[in-house]
Design a protein around this ligand. Structure first.
Ligand code: NDP
Length: 280
C-alpha cells in the first residue's frame, strides 16, 4: 500500500464558492486516480508562503483564482506561452522541481467552442476586456482566428486587449466602443460574451447587444457558467444561432488541468454532470 496521495488544489479568496473541486474530484474518482484536490482560502499577503508550502509538500500542481492570477507569477519558475502573453496564470504545473504557470481560461473556452466550430480563419466579435476576455482573445488568436473586434465599456481596457493581439499574435484586432445596443456586423462568424453581465444572482441581466443583428450562421458563446442557459444564449437560440455555454469552458479548463497534472484525458461528461448535480 502507498498512503502518500498526490495533492492538487486551488488557492483563492474567497475560496468557498468555487465548484471546481467537485468537478475535479469526480474525474479523479471516475478514472481511478487516488489523488486529492483541496480548496484553500489564501489571503493576498500569504500567497508567497502558500506557494512555498505547496512546493515543500510536493504538490503536483494547483489552480489560482481571484485575486492571485497575476500576483502568483513572481513565485513561479517559468510561464507557458499563452500565460506569458496574457500576463496571468490560473494553473500551476510541477515539472521536475520547477513550478510552471499556465493559463487555461482561454484554452478551456477554445476547447468548448471547437465542439461546435473551428476558430481558424474566423471573424470574431468579443464583448468584454477583463481577465477572462483577455485570455479568450489571446487563445482565439493563437487558434487562428483572423479578425477580432473587442467591444468593451471601458475604452482603455478594450484598446489594451486589441493592442496586445496586434503586437503579440497574428490576428487583426480593433477596439469598438460599447455605448448602446451593439449591432453585430453581418460578416461575423463567432460572437463571444465575456463580461460578467448575467452572472448569478443577476440572472435576468442581459448584455446590451442588438439581438436582431444575430443571424443563424453565427455561433454565440457565453462565458457565464452560472446559470449555463443565460438570457443571451436563449435569445441567440431564438434567432437560430448555434450556442456554446460557459459550463463547457469551465469543464474543459478542468480537463486541461487534469491532463497537465496526471497525464490522464478526463471525461468531460462526468465533470459536467458533477457540476450539474450541484444544482448551483
Ligand atoms: P473582470 O472583472 O476582469 O472583467 C469584467 C468585464 O465585464 C469587463 O470587461 C467589464 O467592463 C465588463 N462589465 C462588467 N459589468 C458590465 C456592465 N454592466 N456592462 C458592460 N460591461 C460590463 O472579470 P473576469 O474577466 O474575470 O470575468 C468575467 C466573467 O467571466 C465572469 O462572469 C466570470 O464568472 C466569467 N468567467 C467564466 C469562466 C468559465 O470557466 N466559464 C472562467 C473565468 C471567468 P469594463 O472594463 O468596462 O469594466
Amino acid at each position: 500500500m502507498n498512503f502518500l496521495l498526490p495533492l492538487t488544489g486551488s488557492f483563492a479568496q474567497p475560496a468557498g464558492e468555487n465548484p471546481t473541486v467537485a468537478m475535479i474530484e469526480a474525474a479523479f474518482a471516475h478514472h481511478g486516480l487516488d489523488w486529492r484536490y483541496i480548496n484553500v482560502e489564501v489571503a493576498p499577503e500569504d500567497l508567497g508562503d502558500a506557494v512555498r508550502g505547496a512546493r515543500a509538500m510536493g504538490w503536483r500542481g494547483f489552480n489560482c483564482s481571484i485575486p492571485h492570477k497575476v500576483a502568483v507569477i513572481e513565485h513561479l519558475d517559468g510561464l507557458g506561452q499563452s500565460a506569458e502573453i496574457i500576463g496571468a496564470v490560473n494553473t500551476i504545473v510541477r515539472r521536475g522541481d520547477r513550478l510552471i504557470g499556465e493559463n487555461t481560461d482561454g484554452r478551456g473556452f477554445v476547447a468548448a467552442l471547437r465542439e461546435v466550430v473551428d476558430p481558424r480563419g474566423k471573424s470574431i466579435v468579443l464583448f468584454g476586456a477583463g481577465g477572462a476576455a483577455r485570455a479568450v482573445a489571446v487563445e482565439m488568436a493563437l487558434a487562428g482566428a483572423t479578425r477580432i473586434t473587442v467591444v468593451n465599456r471601458s475604452a482603455a481596457r478594450g484598446q489594451a486587449v486589441a493592442d496586445l493581439l496586434n503586437t503579440r499574435t497574428a490576428a487583426q484586432a480593433r477596439y469598438a466602443p460599447w455605448t448602446g445596443p451593439f449591432s453585430v456586423p453581418q460578416d461575423t462568424d463567432i460572437v463571444i460574451h465575456a463580461t460578467s453581465v448575467g452572472l448569478y444572482p443577476d440572472v435576468e441581466a442581459m448584455p446590451d447587444i442588438d439581438i436582431d443583428s444575430l443571424t443563424p450562421g453565427m455561433v454565440v458563446a457565453d462565458g457565464i457558467h452560472n446559470p449555463p442557459r443565460t438570457r443571451l444564449l436563449r435569445a441567440a437560440q431564438g434567432r437560430g444561432c448555434r450556442t456554446v455555454d460557459g459550463l463547457g469552458m469551465l469543464v474543459q479548463q478542468g480537463v486541461i488541468g487534469i491532463k497537465y497534472w496526471t497525464g490522464v484525458d478526463a471525461d468531460p461528461q462526468v465533470m459536467r454532470q458533477a457540476l450539474l448535480d450541484l444544482d448551483l
